[in-house]
Design a protein around this ligand. Structure first.
Ligand code: KG4
Length: 333
């Protein structure tokens, strides 16, 4: 089963060919980051236009790298939600055109399901059920992955996503966009208890989180230091911030794993690349005895291989769409 997968939900256009769900034959990503950096964040209109320019060439490139022609394909999978609506629409329309022209099934894939599936690409032994901590620029959720296609959100952020929080704070510090990677690198060797930052609790909802208070407290701390002419240690601040994010995510992910008792915990999404979060999860799982699954760094950020992987499992249970498939900015997992 050779699936051509397309991903265009935010600022990366991606195309991949995936065989039988788990074998990646090609994985092409065209990042627009450089384009958006000058604005300090993703400009939706620019993102959509860049997707339009890139998607056809990238799909051809993915086929070429896989050593295939169009006639070798068995299905087209595409991210249909969630994301920037204009951006998602580009991928969906391209996929619809390809499915119609090649007379192939069209498989709609939820972006966060794709991030979860990135773990199947890295870990051939991983099968549901397991608990997955999904942390990206737009999502922060703890998901009960009951089967390849049945999922339930156990908890998540009530406001900002963890990645968004990294990005906003990094922008104010002037250390680039997207900010998670630079903040992570900056934090190496820093004193993580130098700056006091809040950890929010959502009363009565053990697995829910909130990052808006951390974001505001961080922005205030930076602003006050600037106002008073005090020197802020970027290294210590980044380490304190990374610790605060991890302190919100890791104990809740562990509580969910304990609650479900599957003995398997996975992590997914761009923020899953964070070294502090990875290290804290590794330490917590070593203690609890849960097996921890971390996706390879190349599959943490947006890519189409993960969409092709999840697409295979969606197709297996008959989750295919007609040419009336729509794109959605938000959609339950
Ligand atoms: O999964 P992704 O590429 O796109 C979405 O689906 O949102 O995630 C992007 C997010 C950005 O917020 C970025 O700052 C964050 O992942 N990120 C990181 C790291 N690398 C990327 N956050 C913390 N530490 C990192 N090393």
């Amino acid at each position: 089963m050779n699936i051509l997968a397309i991903e265009s939900s935010c600022d990366e256009t991606a195309a991949a060919v995936v065989q039988d769900g788990r074998t990646v034959l090609s994985n092409c990503v065209a990042s627009q980051i450089e384009m958006h950096t000058i604005y300090g964040g993703v400009v939706p209109e620019i993102a959509s236009r860049k997707h339009v320019e890139a998607v056809t060439g990238l799909a051809d490139q993915a086929l070429e790298q896989a050593g295939m022609t169009r006639s070798d394909l068995d299905a087209i999978a595409v991210t249909y939600a969630p994301g920037l609506i204009g951006a998602v629409l580009v991928g969906v329309n391209f996929a619809k055109g390809a499915a119609m022209a090649l007379d192939l099934p069209l498989i709609p894939v939820h972006h966060v399901r794709g991030h979860i599936a990135a773990n199947y690409l890295t870990h051939p032994d991983l099968e549901p059920p397991f608990v997955c901590l999904c942390v990206s620029g737009g999502t922060t959720a703890i998901v009960d992955v009951k089967s390849y296609t049945e999922m339930e959100v156990l908890g998540g952020t009530r406001d900002d996503a963890a990645g968004e929080c990294f990005d906003k704070v990094a922008r104010v510090l002037g250390i680039g966009y997207p900010g998670g990677g630079p903040m992570d690198r900056l934090a190496q060797g820093g004193d993580d208890s130098r700056y006091e930052l809040p950890r929010a609790h959502v009363a009565g909802h053990e697995l829910d989180m909130s990052f808006s208070g951390l974001k505001t407290a961080s922005l205030n701390l930076i602003h006050n230091a600037q106002q008073k002419g005090e020197e802020l240690s970027l290294q210590d601040f980044a380490a304190s911030f990374g610790r605060a994010v991890s302190d919100s995510l890791v104990p809740r992910a562990m509580a969910a794993a304990r609650m479900k008792g599957y003995g398997r915990l996975a992590v997914a999404g761009g923020v899953a690349a964070n070294s502090r979060i990875r290290a804290d999860l590794q330490a917590a799982c070593a203690k609890s005895g849960d097996k921890l699954y971390l996706p390879e760094l190349k599959y943490c950020g947006d890519n189409a291989a993960m969409i092709g992987c999840q697409g295979f499992y969606e197709w297996k249970v008959g989750h295919v769409a007609g040419l009336d498939l729509n794109a959605y900015a938000t959609r339950d997992i």
